[in-house]
Design a protein around this ligand. Structure first.
Ligand code: CIR
Length: 253
């Protein structure tokens, strides 16, 4: 498994913010947390391919939003925030070594953080970043490979993956307040601890999981279900509204 990452931009304190108010971000601390996250990926058996920081692109550390990768193809997103569109070029350059590329085009917009690939089912959140035209383009690209693409509603959060992430092929960790349960038929839903609103973002990578230290109650719930994640500090990156899935793009070799 390859994990594509990108170093933290020195301009990260000019990041997009939707649900959080701006707080100063310590770039060196964010970088240290990002390195520790990359170490965790390596401990899980991933080979980290780190792209250079982009000083002019504040949110570029959040590579998840720029593409989705399945075994047949990589689809380069057209991010919903205009300030993030230029992030895709260098990610496409890296992904082109491993997959044939397709591109979401205007008027479509999708952030990769809105896309969950669950076996042959693909859930795409209708968010402030992802529109129906983008979902329709993604569907047209993936249906020929045997995937079913389902648009799902979310409320109160930035991306679908703020509200739900995969812990296994048929189980999602979710914040029930931010999704519509019925839209995930046949998938087991494991709820976060009620007090840990932002706890639904866990990264399954290589042979295990990566999870923020900040959600101990939900971690207990995961452990009780046999999921023992490596724990990382990402509170500096969280000030930019990022979490653990958004800092890598996983490419199965
Ligand atoms: C943004 O608003 O686009 C960034 N500040 C945060 C993106 C986080 N991405 C993700 O969770 N997939």
């Amino acid at each position: 498994m390859i994990a594509i990452t990108r170093d933290v931009s020195p301009a990260i304190d000019r990041c997009e913010l939707t649900h959080l108010s701006r707080q100063p971000i310590d770039v060196e601390r964010a970088r240290a947390q990002h390195r520790a996250y990359e170490d965790a990926l390596e401990r899980l058996g991933c080979r980290v391919v780190r792209l250079d920081a982009a000083p002019e692109l504040p949110d570029s550390v959040f590579v998840e939003d720029t593409a989705i990768v399945v075994s047949e193809v990589a689809i380069i997103m057209r991010p919903g925030a205009e300030s993030r569109r230029a992030e895709t070029a260098s990610v496409a350059g890296a992904l082109g070594r491993y997959r044939e590329l397709r591109w979401i085009e205007e008027p479509g917009t999708i952030d990769g953080g809105d896309v969950i690939v669950c076996g042959r089912r693909v859930f795409v959140g209708r968010s402030s970043r992802t529109n129906e035209a983008g979902i329709a383009q993604l569907r047209n690209m993936l249906v020929p490979f045997g995937y079913r693409v389902h648009g799902v509603d979310l409320r109160g959060c930035l991306h679908l993956k703020s509200a739900a992430t995969l812990v296994s092929t048929d189980m999602l960790l979710v914040n029930p307040a931010w999704i519509v349960r019925d839209q995930f038929a046949d998938v087991e839903l494991l709820a976060v601890a009620e007090s840990e609103t932002y706890g639904a973002n866990v990264l399954q990578a290589g042979g295990g999981w990566i999870y923020p230290v900040s959600f101990p109650r939900t971690r207990d719930i995961l452990e009780r279900h046999g999921i023992s994640p490596l724990v990382v500090e990402v509170d500096e990156l969280a000030k930019a509204e990022g979490a653990v899935t958004c800092c890598s793009l996983l490419v199965a070799e």
